[in-house]
Ligand binder design. Structure first.
Ligand SMILES: [Zn+2]
Length: 525
Protein backbone atom coordinates (compact mmCIF):
# COMPACT_ATOMS: atom_id res chain seq x y z
CA UNK A 1 0.00 0.00 0.00
CA UNK A 2 1.39 3.41 -0.91
CA UNK A 3 1.33 5.95 1.89
CA UNK A 4 -1.30 8.70 1.84
CA UNK A 5 1.38 11.35 1.47
CA UNK A 6 2.99 9.88 -1.60
CA UNK A 7 -0.34 9.44 -3.40
CA UNK A 8 -1.60 12.92 -2.68
CA UNK A 9 1.69 14.59 -3.47
CA UNK A 10 1.60 12.83 -6.78
CA UNK A 11 -1.96 14.15 -7.22
CA UNK A 12 -0.62 17.66 -6.76
CA UNK A 13 2.19 16.75 -9.18
CA UNK A 14 4.75 18.61 -7.12
CA UNK A 15 8.39 18.02 -7.98
CA UNK A 16 11.55 18.09 -5.96
CA UNK A 17 12.32 21.56 -7.29
CA UNK A 18 9.03 22.87 -5.87
CA UNK A 19 10.01 22.03 -2.30
CA UNK A 20 11.96 25.24 -1.53
CA UNK A 21 9.25 27.31 -3.22
CA UNK A 22 6.53 25.67 -1.14
CA UNK A 23 8.48 26.33 2.03
CA UNK A 24 9.25 29.91 1.10
CA UNK A 25 5.63 30.73 0.26
CA UNK A 26 4.18 29.06 3.35
CA UNK A 27 6.67 31.04 5.43
CA UNK A 28 5.48 34.23 3.75
CA UNK A 29 1.95 33.38 4.90
CA UNK A 30 0.63 32.46 1.47
CA UNK A 31 -2.49 30.32 1.26
CA UNK A 32 -2.22 26.78 -0.06
CA UNK A 33 -3.83 27.57 -3.39
CA UNK A 34 -1.38 30.41 -3.99
CA UNK A 35 1.40 27.94 -3.24
CA UNK A 36 0.01 25.56 -5.86
CA UNK A 37 -0.25 28.44 -8.33
CA UNK A 38 3.38 29.42 -7.96
CA UNK A 39 4.38 25.77 -8.29
CA UNK A 40 2.51 25.90 -11.61
CA UNK A 41 0.09 23.13 -10.63
CA UNK A 42 -2.31 23.17 -13.58
CA UNK A 43 -4.62 20.37 -12.45
CA UNK A 44 -7.95 22.05 -11.81
CA UNK A 45 -9.13 19.36 -9.38
CA UNK A 46 -6.31 20.20 -6.98
CA UNK A 47 -7.87 23.60 -6.35
CA UNK A 48 -11.23 22.08 -5.48
CA UNK A 49 -9.85 20.22 -2.47
CA UNK A 50 -10.27 21.73 0.97
CA UNK A 51 -7.64 24.13 2.31
CA UNK A 52 -7.10 21.89 5.35
CA UNK A 53 -6.34 18.87 3.18
CA UNK A 54 -4.01 20.78 0.95
CA UNK A 55 -2.27 22.35 3.92
CA UNK A 56 -1.64 18.98 5.52
CA UNK A 57 -0.20 17.64 2.32
CA UNK A 58 2.05 20.56 1.64
CA UNK A 59 3.48 20.28 5.15
CA UNK A 60 4.06 16.59 4.60
CA UNK A 61 5.72 17.35 1.30
CA UNK A 62 8.24 19.82 2.67
CA UNK A 63 9.01 17.50 5.58
CA UNK A 64 10.13 14.77 3.18
CA UNK A 65 13.12 16.76 2.01
CA UNK A 66 15.77 14.72 3.74
CA UNK A 67 14.18 11.37 3.22
CA UNK A 68 16.33 9.31 0.81
CA UNK A 69 13.43 7.90 -1.26
CA UNK A 70 11.86 11.21 -2.05
CA UNK A 71 14.23 13.00 -4.41
CA UNK A 72 11.40 13.22 -6.84
CA UNK A 73 8.07 13.23 -5.10
CA UNK A 74 6.30 12.29 -8.27
CA UNK A 75 8.57 9.25 -8.65
CA UNK A 76 8.58 6.10 -6.59
CA UNK A 77 5.95 5.56 -3.97
CA UNK A 78 7.02 6.03 -0.42
CA UNK A 79 6.52 3.31 2.11
CA UNK A 80 7.51 5.11 5.29
CA UNK A 81 4.68 5.55 7.78
CA UNK A 82 6.60 7.96 9.98
CA UNK A 83 4.27 10.87 10.81
CA UNK A 84 5.44 14.03 9.02
CA UNK A 85 5.87 16.07 12.18
CA UNK A 86 8.52 13.67 13.46
CA UNK A 87 10.74 14.65 10.54
CA UNK A 88 10.15 18.36 10.65
CA UNK A 89 12.90 20.77 11.21
CA UNK A 90 12.59 24.04 13.06
CA UNK A 91 11.67 26.18 10.06
CA UNK A 92 8.83 23.81 9.20
CA UNK A 93 7.60 24.28 12.74
CA UNK A 94 7.55 27.97 12.08
CA UNK A 95 5.65 27.33 8.85
CA UNK A 96 3.01 25.41 10.78
CA UNK A 97 2.79 28.13 13.38
CA UNK A 98 2.70 30.90 10.79
CA UNK A 99 -0.38 29.46 9.10
CA UNK A 100 -3.65 29.35 10.92
CA UNK A 101 -7.08 29.21 9.38
CA UNK A 102 -7.81 32.85 10.12
CA UNK A 103 -4.67 34.14 8.41
CA UNK A 104 -5.34 36.15 5.32
CA UNK A 105 -3.11 35.33 2.36
CA UNK A 106 -1.07 38.44 1.49
CA UNK A 107 -1.23 37.59 -2.24
CA UNK A 108 -4.83 36.66 -3.05
CA UNK A 109 -6.20 38.57 -0.04
CA UNK A 110 -8.54 35.72 0.79
CA UNK A 111 -10.00 35.09 -2.67
CA UNK A 112 -8.45 31.62 -2.79
CA UNK A 113 -9.30 30.90 0.85
CA UNK A 114 -12.85 31.20 2.25
CA UNK A 115 -14.25 32.33 -1.11
CA UNK A 116 -13.30 28.94 -2.57
CA UNK A 117 -15.57 27.20 -0.05
CA UNK A 118 -18.75 25.58 -1.33
CA UNK A 119 -20.76 28.09 0.75
CA UNK A 120 -19.57 30.96 -1.42
CA UNK A 121 -20.38 29.01 -4.59
CA UNK A 122 -23.88 28.49 -3.18
CA UNK A 123 -24.16 32.20 -2.41
CA UNK A 124 -23.28 33.01 -6.04
CA UNK A 125 -25.72 30.43 -7.42
CA UNK A 126 -28.52 31.70 -5.17
CA UNK A 127 -27.95 35.25 -6.44
CA UNK A 128 -28.20 33.98 -10.02
CA UNK A 129 -31.29 31.88 -9.30
CA UNK A 130 -33.06 34.94 -7.90
CA UNK A 131 -32.76 36.62 -11.30
CA UNK A 132 -34.59 33.72 -12.96
CA UNK A 133 -32.56 33.30 -16.10
CA UNK A 134 -33.15 30.34 -18.35
CA UNK A 135 -29.85 29.08 -19.70
CA UNK A 136 -27.98 25.85 -20.21
CA UNK A 137 -24.47 27.27 -20.11
CA UNK A 138 -22.73 30.21 -18.52
CA UNK A 139 -19.34 31.84 -18.45
CA UNK A 140 -17.96 32.91 -15.09
CA UNK A 141 -16.01 36.16 -15.02
CA UNK A 142 -14.04 37.37 -12.03
CA UNK A 143 -12.82 40.87 -11.36
CA UNK A 144 -10.08 41.38 -8.80
CA UNK A 145 -8.79 44.54 -7.15
CA UNK A 146 -5.99 46.14 -9.21
CA UNK A 147 -3.57 46.08 -6.28
CA UNK A 148 -3.68 42.30 -6.29
CA UNK A 149 -1.44 42.46 -9.37
CA UNK A 150 1.13 44.39 -7.34
CA UNK A 151 1.06 41.72 -4.65
CA UNK A 152 1.27 38.98 -7.26
CA UNK A 153 4.31 40.72 -8.76
CA UNK A 154 5.94 41.05 -5.35
CA UNK A 155 5.38 37.36 -4.62
CA UNK A 156 6.71 36.44 -8.06
CA UNK A 157 9.95 38.34 -7.40
CA UNK A 158 10.17 36.61 -4.03
CA UNK A 159 9.88 33.18 -5.67
CA UNK A 160 12.16 34.13 -8.52
CA UNK A 161 14.96 34.95 -6.10
CA UNK A 162 14.77 31.43 -4.69
CA UNK A 163 14.62 29.90 -8.14
CA UNK A 164 17.59 31.92 -9.29
CA UNK A 165 19.68 30.89 -6.31
CA UNK A 166 18.99 27.26 -7.15
CA UNK A 167 19.70 28.06 -10.82
CA UNK A 168 16.36 26.68 -11.92
CA UNK A 169 14.06 28.37 -14.33
CA UNK A 170 10.41 29.19 -13.98
CA UNK A 171 8.33 30.99 -16.57
CA UNK A 172 6.05 33.72 -15.31
CA UNK A 173 3.37 32.56 -17.75
CA UNK A 174 3.38 29.09 -16.16
CA UNK A 175 2.19 30.53 -12.86
CA UNK A 176 -1.54 29.92 -12.57
CA UNK A 177 -3.54 33.14 -12.33
CA UNK A 178 -5.68 33.89 -9.28
CA UNK A 179 -8.73 34.14 -11.53
CA UNK A 180 -8.19 30.70 -13.00
CA UNK A 181 -7.48 29.08 -9.65
CA UNK A 182 -10.65 30.66 -8.25
CA UNK A 183 -12.74 29.47 -11.18
CA UNK A 184 -11.35 25.94 -10.93
CA UNK A 185 -12.25 25.90 -7.26
CA UNK A 186 -15.85 27.12 -7.51
CA UNK A 187 -17.26 26.84 -11.01
CA UNK A 188 -18.10 23.15 -10.83
CA UNK A 189 -20.24 23.71 -7.77
CA UNK A 190 -21.89 26.81 -9.27
CA UNK A 191 -22.68 24.93 -12.47
CA UNK A 192 -24.07 22.00 -10.53
CA UNK A 193 -26.36 24.19 -8.43
CA UNK A 194 -27.63 26.06 -11.47
CA UNK A 195 -27.91 22.99 -13.67
CA UNK A 196 -25.78 24.65 -16.34
CA UNK A 197 -22.40 23.96 -17.90
CA UNK A 198 -19.73 26.48 -16.99
CA UNK A 199 -17.82 27.04 -20.22
CA UNK A 200 -15.29 29.44 -21.73
CA UNK A 201 -17.81 31.02 -24.08
CA UNK A 202 -21.47 31.47 -23.36
CA UNK A 203 -24.04 34.18 -24.08
CA UNK A 204 -24.81 34.20 -20.36
CA UNK A 205 -22.20 35.83 -18.17
CA UNK A 206 -22.13 35.56 -14.39
CA UNK A 207 -19.78 38.12 -12.86
CA UNK A 208 -18.19 37.87 -9.47
CA UNK A 209 -16.11 40.77 -8.20
CA UNK A 210 -13.91 41.51 -5.21
CA UNK A 211 -12.63 44.69 -3.64
CA UNK A 212 -10.09 45.24 -0.89
CA UNK A 213 -10.18 48.82 0.45
CA UNK A 214 -7.45 48.20 3.06
CA UNK A 215 -4.70 47.75 0.45
CA UNK A 216 -5.98 50.24 -2.11
CA UNK A 217 -2.85 52.37 -1.72
CA UNK A 218 -0.58 49.48 -2.71
CA UNK A 219 -0.51 50.69 -6.30
CA UNK A 220 0.06 54.36 -5.62
CA UNK A 221 3.87 54.19 -5.78
CA UNK A 222 3.53 53.05 -9.40
CA UNK A 223 2.10 56.42 -10.42
CA UNK A 224 5.41 58.05 -9.49
CA UNK A 225 7.55 55.22 -10.83
CA UNK A 226 5.77 54.94 -14.20
CA UNK A 227 3.81 58.19 -14.65
CA UNK A 228 3.13 57.61 -18.36
CA UNK A 229 1.10 54.46 -17.57
CA UNK A 230 -1.41 56.44 -15.53
CA UNK A 231 -3.12 59.02 -17.69
CA UNK A 232 -6.32 60.48 -16.27
CA UNK A 233 -9.33 59.05 -18.07
CA UNK A 234 -12.67 60.75 -18.47
CA UNK A 235 -15.01 58.07 -17.20
CA UNK A 236 -12.97 56.07 -14.70
CA UNK A 237 -13.18 57.01 -11.05
CA UNK A 238 -9.54 56.00 -10.42
CA UNK A 239 -6.47 56.08 -12.64
CA UNK A 240 -5.38 52.79 -11.05
CA UNK A 241 -7.21 50.52 -13.42
CA UNK A 242 -6.10 46.94 -13.64
CA UNK A 243 -4.83 47.52 -17.17
CA UNK A 244 -2.70 50.50 -16.15
CA UNK A 245 -1.27 48.68 -13.12
CA UNK A 246 -0.36 45.60 -15.18
CA UNK A 247 1.28 47.81 -17.81
CA UNK A 248 3.32 49.63 -15.15
CA UNK A 249 4.41 46.33 -13.59
CA UNK A 250 5.68 45.16 -16.98
CA UNK A 251 7.77 48.31 -17.26
CA UNK A 252 9.19 48.73 -13.79
CA UNK A 253 12.60 47.18 -13.06
CA UNK A 254 12.87 44.55 -10.33
CA UNK A 255 15.28 46.74 -8.47
CA UNK A 256 13.03 49.79 -8.55
CA UNK A 257 10.03 47.72 -7.54
CA UNK A 258 11.81 46.22 -4.54
CA UNK A 259 12.85 49.68 -3.41
CA UNK A 260 9.22 50.77 -3.14
CA UNK A 261 7.42 47.59 -2.24
CA UNK A 262 8.20 44.70 0.13
CA UNK A 263 8.82 41.19 -1.24
CA UNK A 264 6.96 39.08 -0.15
CA UNK A 265 3.94 41.38 0.27
CA UNK A 266 2.92 42.44 3.76
CA UNK A 267 0.09 40.71 5.61
CA UNK A 268 -3.38 42.19 5.40
CA UNK A 269 -5.82 42.44 8.30
CA UNK A 270 -8.98 42.01 6.31
CA UNK A 271 -9.99 39.77 3.48
CA UNK A 272 -11.58 40.91 0.23
CA UNK A 273 -15.24 41.89 0.12
CA UNK A 274 -17.32 40.18 -2.54
CA UNK A 275 -19.43 42.49 -4.69
CA UNK A 276 -22.98 41.55 -5.66
CA UNK A 277 -23.06 38.79 -8.24
CA UNK A 278 -24.39 40.11 -11.54
CA UNK A 279 -25.74 38.36 -14.60
CA UNK A 280 -25.91 39.53 -18.17
CA UNK A 281 -27.21 37.72 -21.22
CA UNK A 282 -26.12 38.91 -24.65
CA UNK A 283 -28.82 40.49 -26.79
CA UNK A 284 -31.25 38.45 -28.82
CA UNK A 285 -32.37 39.79 -32.20
CA UNK A 286 -35.88 39.38 -33.60
CA UNK A 287 -36.69 40.33 -37.17
CA UNK A 288 -39.84 40.54 -39.23
CA UNK A 289 -41.88 42.83 -41.48
CA UNK A 290 -44.57 45.21 -40.39
CA UNK A 291 -47.55 46.86 -41.97
CA UNK A 292 -48.84 50.14 -40.61
CA UNK A 293 -52.50 50.83 -41.36
CA UNK A 294 -52.90 54.06 -39.40
CA UNK A 295 -52.18 57.65 -40.47
CA UNK A 296 -51.91 58.68 -36.84
CA UNK A 297 -49.19 56.34 -35.63
CA UNK A 298 -45.51 57.32 -35.55
CA UNK A 299 -42.87 54.65 -36.02
CA UNK A 300 -41.05 55.67 -32.83
CA UNK A 301 -42.45 57.56 -29.82
CA UNK A 302 -43.04 61.13 -30.89
CA UNK A 303 -41.64 63.43 -28.24
CA UNK A 304 -41.24 67.19 -28.69
CA UNK A 305 -39.59 69.21 -25.90
CA UNK A 306 -39.97 66.29 -23.52
CA UNK A 307 -43.69 65.98 -24.21
CA UNK A 308 -45.31 63.02 -25.86
CA UNK A 309 -47.34 64.09 -28.91
CA UNK A 310 -49.14 60.92 -29.91
CA UNK A 311 -50.18 57.72 -28.23
CA UNK A 312 -48.29 54.60 -29.13
CA UNK A 313 -45.80 53.85 -31.87
CA UNK A 314 -45.00 51.00 -34.22
CA UNK A 315 -41.91 50.01 -32.23
CA UNK A 316 -43.74 49.96 -28.89
CA UNK A 317 -46.60 47.87 -30.26
CA UNK A 318 -44.12 45.33 -31.62
CA UNK A 319 -41.70 45.38 -28.71
CA UNK A 320 -44.11 45.16 -25.74
CA UNK A 321 -45.04 41.47 -26.14
CA UNK A 322 -41.41 40.62 -27.01
CA UNK A 323 -40.09 42.34 -23.88
CA UNK A 324 -42.43 40.44 -21.61
CA UNK A 325 -41.92 37.04 -23.26
CA UNK A 326 -38.14 37.29 -23.40
CA UNK A 327 -38.13 39.08 -20.03
CA UNK A 328 -35.66 41.59 -21.44
CA UNK A 329 -34.48 44.80 -19.79
CA UNK A 330 -35.00 46.97 -22.87
CA UNK A 331 -34.86 47.08 -26.65
CA UNK A 332 -33.46 48.86 -29.71
CA UNK A 333 -35.63 49.04 -32.78
CA UNK A 334 -34.33 49.45 -36.31
CA UNK A 335 -35.92 49.17 -39.72
CA UNK A 336 -35.24 49.50 -43.39
CA UNK A 337 -36.11 53.18 -43.73
CA UNK A 338 -39.13 54.70 -42.03
CA UNK A 339 -42.44 56.25 -42.93
CA UNK A 340 -43.98 59.50 -41.73
CA UNK A 341 -46.73 59.45 -39.12
CA UNK A 342 -49.42 59.95 -41.79
CA UNK A 343 -48.05 57.39 -44.23
CA UNK A 344 -49.29 53.81 -44.26
CA UNK A 345 -47.05 50.86 -45.05
CA UNK A 346 -48.91 48.19 -47.01
CA UNK A 347 -47.96 45.21 -49.17
CA UNK A 348 -45.49 42.80 -47.64
CA UNK A 349 -44.45 45.41 -45.13
CA UNK A 350 -41.22 46.96 -43.98
CA UNK A 351 -38.33 44.83 -42.65
CA UNK A 352 -37.45 45.55 -39.03
CA UNK A 353 -35.24 44.14 -36.29
CA UNK A 354 -35.56 44.43 -32.53
CA UNK A 355 -32.55 43.97 -30.28
CA UNK A 356 -33.69 42.65 -26.90
CA UNK A 357 -31.29 43.66 -24.13
CA UNK A 358 -30.35 41.22 -21.38
CA UNK A 359 -33.12 38.70 -22.10
CA UNK A 360 -33.78 36.28 -19.23
CA UNK A 361 -35.39 33.74 -21.53
CA UNK A 362 -34.08 33.07 -25.04
CA UNK A 363 -35.20 29.63 -26.17
CA UNK A 364 -38.40 29.71 -28.19
CA UNK A 365 -39.76 27.13 -30.58
CA UNK A 366 -41.08 28.10 -34.03
CA UNK A 367 -44.60 27.60 -32.72
CA UNK A 368 -43.97 29.87 -29.78
CA UNK A 369 -42.60 32.59 -32.07
CA UNK A 370 -45.67 32.21 -34.23
CA UNK A 371 -47.87 32.64 -31.16
CA UNK A 372 -45.89 35.71 -30.24
CA UNK A 373 -46.56 37.15 -33.70
CA UNK A 374 -50.25 36.43 -33.13
CA UNK A 375 -50.14 38.24 -29.79
CA UNK A 376 -48.61 41.31 -31.43
CA UNK A 377 -51.20 41.24 -34.20
CA UNK A 378 -54.10 40.90 -31.80
CA UNK A 379 -52.88 43.72 -29.59
CA UNK A 380 -53.75 46.41 -32.16
CA UNK A 381 -55.41 46.82 -35.54
CA UNK A 382 -53.03 49.64 -36.42
CA UNK A 383 -50.18 47.32 -37.30
CA UNK A 384 -49.57 43.79 -38.47
CA UNK A 385 -46.41 41.74 -38.30
CA UNK A 386 -45.28 38.84 -40.47
CA UNK A 387 -42.15 36.65 -40.87
CA UNK A 388 -41.29 37.07 -37.19
CA UNK A 389 -38.10 35.11 -36.40
CA UNK A 390 -35.01 35.02 -34.20
CA UNK A 391 -31.94 36.10 -36.20
CA UNK A 392 -28.26 36.70 -35.49
CA UNK A 393 -26.78 40.12 -34.87
CA UNK A 394 -24.78 39.81 -38.10
CA UNK A 395 -27.88 39.07 -40.14
CA UNK A 396 -29.50 42.35 -39.12
CA UNK A 397 -26.85 44.26 -41.07
CA UNK A 398 -28.32 42.76 -44.27
CA UNK A 399 -31.32 44.98 -43.68
CA UNK A 400 -29.24 48.13 -44.03
CA UNK A 401 -26.95 46.79 -46.75
CA UNK A 402 -27.38 48.56 -50.06
CA UNK A 403 -30.46 50.28 -48.70
CA UNK A 404 -29.96 53.25 -51.01
CA UNK A 405 -29.83 51.10 -54.14
CA UNK A 406 -33.09 49.34 -53.37
CA UNK A 407 -36.38 50.40 -54.88
CA UNK A 408 -39.57 51.29 -53.07
CA UNK A 409 -43.02 51.58 -54.51
CA UNK A 410 -45.61 54.10 -53.36
CA UNK A 411 -49.17 55.01 -53.96
CA UNK A 412 -50.13 58.68 -53.54
CA UNK A 413 -53.46 60.54 -53.69
CA UNK A 414 -52.82 63.75 -55.63
CA UNK A 415 -54.84 66.97 -55.84
CA UNK A 416 -54.33 69.33 -58.75
CA UNK A 417 -55.34 73.00 -58.90
CA UNK A 418 -56.01 72.85 -62.64
CA UNK A 419 -58.91 70.66 -63.76
CA UNK A 420 -57.67 67.50 -65.45
CA UNK A 421 -58.93 64.76 -67.71
CA UNK A 422 -57.62 61.25 -67.97
CA UNK A 423 -55.47 61.90 -71.10
CA UNK A 424 -53.65 64.71 -69.25
CA UNK A 425 -52.03 62.04 -67.12
CA UNK A 426 -50.85 59.69 -69.85
CA UNK A 427 -47.44 61.34 -70.39
CA UNK A 428 -46.38 60.44 -66.83
CA UNK A 429 -46.28 56.72 -67.70
CA UNK A 430 -43.75 57.47 -70.45
CA UNK A 431 -41.22 59.03 -68.08
CA UNK A 432 -38.52 56.50 -67.12
CA UNK A 433 -35.64 56.90 -64.66
CA UNK A 434 -36.25 60.59 -64.08
CA UNK A 435 -33.29 62.09 -62.25
CA UNK A 436 -34.32 64.61 -59.59
CA UNK A 437 -32.26 66.76 -57.20
CA UNK A 438 -33.62 67.13 -53.68
CA UNK A 439 -32.39 69.67 -51.18
CA UNK A 440 -32.96 68.42 -47.65
CA UNK A 441 -36.69 69.07 -47.09
CA UNK A 442 -37.65 71.99 -44.86
CA UNK A 443 -39.62 69.68 -42.56
CA UNK A 444 -36.55 67.57 -41.67
CA UNK A 445 -33.95 70.34 -41.82
CA UNK A 446 -33.92 70.56 -37.99
CA UNK A 447 -32.50 67.04 -37.71
CA UNK A 448 -30.68 66.43 -41.01
CA UNK A 449 -27.78 68.36 -42.54
CA UNK A 450 -28.45 70.54 -45.57
CA UNK A 451 -27.47 68.64 -48.71
CA UNK A 452 -28.57 68.11 -52.29
CA UNK A 453 -29.28 64.47 -53.09
CA UNK A 454 -29.76 62.93 -56.53
CA UNK A 455 -32.55 60.39 -56.71
CA UNK A 456 -34.20 58.37 -59.47
CA UNK A 457 -37.93 58.07 -60.12
CA UNK A 458 -37.80 54.77 -62.01
CA UNK A 459 -41.39 54.80 -63.24
CA UNK A 460 -44.87 56.22 -62.64
CA UNK A 461 -48.43 55.19 -63.43
CA UNK A 462 -51.76 56.86 -62.74
CA UNK A 463 -55.41 56.14 -61.97
CA UNK A 464 -57.74 59.01 -62.83
CA UNK A 465 -60.29 59.75 -60.06
CA UNK A 466 -61.99 63.11 -60.87
CA UNK A 467 -61.28 66.61 -62.24
CA UNK A 468 -58.91 67.42 -59.39
CA UNK A 469 -57.76 64.04 -58.05
CA UNK A 470 -55.78 61.03 -59.22
CA UNK A 471 -53.72 58.22 -57.76
CA UNK A 472 -50.04 58.27 -58.62
CA UNK A 473 -48.08 55.06 -58.33
CA UNK A 474 -44.33 55.51 -58.12
CA UNK A 475 -41.38 53.18 -58.21
CA UNK A 476 -38.35 55.07 -56.87
CA UNK A 477 -34.88 54.68 -55.54
CA UNK A 478 -34.98 54.24 -51.76
CA UNK A 479 -34.55 57.48 -49.86
CA UNK A 480 -36.55 59.63 -52.27
CA UNK A 481 -38.73 62.22 -50.54
CA UNK A 482 -42.08 61.57 -52.23
CA UNK A 483 -44.10 64.43 -50.71
CA UNK A 484 -41.44 66.90 -51.84
CA UNK A 485 -41.33 65.39 -55.32
CA UNK A 486 -45.07 66.11 -55.62
CA UNK A 487 -45.37 69.65 -54.23
CA UNK A 488 -41.79 70.76 -54.96
CA UNK A 489 -40.96 72.03 -51.45
CA UNK A 490 -40.75 75.68 -52.61
CA UNK A 491 -38.50 74.74 -55.49
CA UNK A 492 -36.12 72.69 -53.35
CA UNK A 493 -36.90 69.50 -55.33
CA UNK A 494 -36.30 69.84 -59.07
CA UNK A 495 -37.96 68.76 -61.26
CA UNK A 496 -41.21 68.06 -59.38
CA UNK A 497 -44.72 66.95 -60.29
CA UNK A 498 -45.98 70.58 -60.42
CA UNK A 499 -43.30 71.38 -63.01
CA UNK A 500 -44.14 68.28 -65.04
CA UNK A 501 -47.91 68.90 -64.98
CA UNK A 502 -47.67 72.70 -65.16
CA UNK A 503 -50.11 73.16 -62.30
CA UNK A 504 -50.02 73.49 -58.54
CA UNK A 505 -50.44 70.05 -56.95
CA UNK A 506 -50.37 68.54 -53.52
CA UNK A 507 -50.23 65.14 -51.94
CA UNK A 508 -53.22 64.22 -49.76
CA UNK A 509 -52.37 60.64 -48.79
CA UNK A 510 -49.33 58.43 -49.18
CA UNK A 511 -48.88 54.68 -48.81
CA UNK A 512 -45.73 52.62 -49.05
CA UNK A 513 -46.68 49.69 -51.26
CA UNK A 514 -43.47 47.70 -50.98
CA UNK A 515 -39.95 47.78 -49.63
CA UNK A 516 -37.89 45.55 -51.92
CA UNK A 517 -35.45 44.01 -49.50
CA UNK A 518 -35.34 40.21 -49.41
CA UNK A 519 -34.56 40.09 -45.73
CA UNK A 520 -35.64 38.62 -43.38
CA UNK A 521 -36.54 35.43 -45.23
CA UNK A 522 -40.26 34.91 -45.66
CA UNK A 523 -41.85 32.37 -43.35
CA UNK A 524 -44.67 30.39 -44.94
CA UNK A 525 -47.90 30.27 -42.92
ZN1 LIG B 1 -3.65 33.11 -1.63
Amino acid sequence: MPSVNAVSVRMLSLKEKDRPIVRKLLCAGCCVRCVLRFCCVGTSSAYRRSSQDLHKELLAFISEENSPESHDASGEEKTSDTPPNKRMRTDEDSVTAAQTDSDICPVCLGVLQDFCDPTFATQVSDAVKKQQYEFDSLVLTVSLPAQMSVREHSCWLHVKKEVREKSMCLGREDVIQVKDAFKWAVQGKIGQELGAAVVANSPCEVSVGFIHPETQEDCHFLANACPDCFKPTKNKASIFTRMAVVKALEKISEEKFSRHYPCPPKKANTRCTALDTTCLHTSVFIAGRYNKFSRELPQTPWVIDGERRMDGSVEELIAAPLLSSFRADGFNFSSSGREDVDVRTLGNGRPFAVELLNPHRTKFSRTEIKQLQETINQSSDKIRVRDLQIVTRDATSRMKEGEEEKTKTYSALIWTEKAIDSPDLEFLANIKDLRIAQKTPLRVLHRRPLAVRQRLIHSMSTIYLDKHHFTLKLCTQAGTYIKEFVHGDFGRTKPNLCDLMKTDADILELDVESVDIDWPPAIPD
